[in-house]
Write a protein that binds this ligand. Sequence first.
Ligand code: WTA
Length: 630
Amino acid sequence: MDKINSFSEYQEQYKKSVDNPDAFWSEQASTFLWKKKWDRVLDWEFKTPSVNWFINGKLNITENCLDRHLDTKADKTAIIWEPNNPDEKHKEITYKELHEKVCRFSNVLKANGAKKGDRICLYMPMVPELAIATLACARIGAIHSVVFAGFSAKALSDRINDADCNILVTSDGLYRGKKQMCLKDIVDDALQTCPTINSCIVLQRTGQQITMKDGRDSWWHEEDELVNSICDAEIMDSEDPLFVLYTSGSTGKPKGVQHHCGGYMVYAEYSFRNVFQYNEDDVYWCTADIGWITGHTYIVYGPLLAGSTTIMFEGVPTYPDAGRFWEVCEKFKVNLFYTAPTAIRALQVYGTEFIDKYDLSSLKTLGSVGEPINEEAWDWYYKNIGKENCWIVDTWWQTETGGIMISPLAHITKMKPTFAALPLPGIQPCLVDPDGKEILGNDVQGNLCIKYPWPSMIRTTYGDHERCKQVYFSTYPGMYFTGDGCRRDEDGFYRITGRVDDVINVSGHRMGTAEVENGINEHSRVVESAVVGFPHEIKGQGIYAYVILEDINAASDNLRKEILSTITKEIGPIAKPDKIQFVSGLPKTRSGKIMRRILRKVAEGDTSSLGDTSTLLDPSIVAEIIEGKV
Ligand code: WTA
């Protein structure tokens, strides 16, 4: 399939996608392998909401990722896997081998009773088997729910139970930098409260001692020996679910964002090819983890659909030293590189010594995702990594959008540091004022909404459609609300300014303040807490927690440590507050609502303009919090 080749072609395609979306998407979708073509392109309304793409089309996404490449690309490398430890040998898996491995594991899942529509949880390190298991679920029509392997037992069991998963795939342990962790111990703990799990399939990665439960647990390699490598792909409807992926919102527990087969497939490949301007022999590396949406769409599905070579990296940017990313770029002659601003900022601190050692001349396009990229990090990336020769694509999107929504197209769209630039064809963003009125024209600012469906949009939140409606489609009726604030400058370029709700973005990880508060409140001495984000040099945002204790005299550093370990147990280390301030009360309005605006200002260290505090039940609490005495 062709790419957009010039800015005028982008404008032409964009216009076509708005004037006649059905014709536009029909053309895009027709490049895939369908078992049966769709009857209609799109039916939709945003009230319920009900969105159906490629109606009555039949397909299997893995036939498009694998089988259809076998004629021409059987021996091409599909996945390069780089282990955590640079002394361990990397692996290269061809399309033919990947196809075979996926078919085998599909048969393992079937032998464990899996069938179409079942939910299967994957809790694994960044090893090829994670991609294989993901694709195997899709091949048999089971819905995968990948849970990032940094989440705690509690967070894992919550996600398993919310989706009633019946199979869990995991590993004995994992390596991350200098650390080795026992995943299976966490799993054993989690499964004590997961009655729906019948089988747990365990990959051997670290070889460490673990316990296997009779009748429930089995080894991946032993199961693999019992099956063959022939597995026809299940025929799926376009609107059959492909996966759920849990993500945090303003309120309550994380919700399972659900994506469906047909539309997700079309958009994953379309956006990958155009944003990165992927060429046939490009080597592509996205440093994300498959536990997040970026890994789903731009490590597994998008690149494999496009028939590219995609790198999976098990480690971290600073192990064994801060040159690791660049060493890997040199080693595999990476052309397209995609990472998060938090990684860039973390590496910036080490200077250029670790970059200069490596030949980065293969790089052409540098991507950024997950949070706003500050100008300093943008410049550093552009100069030191791209040597002023590469295009930077600052890609804005969300778990719910399934794919990149607003981004420059590499080597095509003019770059403006910190701007995500322009919507992809088919994407109709708009800015709205607090009353929900669309703000027209340029040089304006508002809340970012999308007013027309796109193929990879969220269809529902698992098991709770009402929640999907409330969170995304009720704030501004008739539109999808992103939760982000945004500026559109005089050229019509979009700059995302950050979340306008109670979601914070810590090192590119999305977290609900309510979720962190609930975790902190689990500590027996905590009565109540309020969490806000504050600007953090490396992480983008840090977590600031105000905590009320049963007995304020118990406040101590030791108690702080205990609270950190409670939150690690409840959610995982990524949710640990950077700062805990013990307070005797919180600034609440007479109706009991916490005035977070004030807490944010104090956390930022800016107490000069707290605004109107006259509606507070007890205004004196503000002074106490500012003094931070207690
Ligand atoms: C933020 C990650 C600014 C935004 C793919 C969004 C960004 C949230 C950018 C979604 C960007 C993502 N510039 N902000 N280029 N990309 N965000 O669901 O606040 O983990 O709403 O998806 O990250 O995070 P999520």
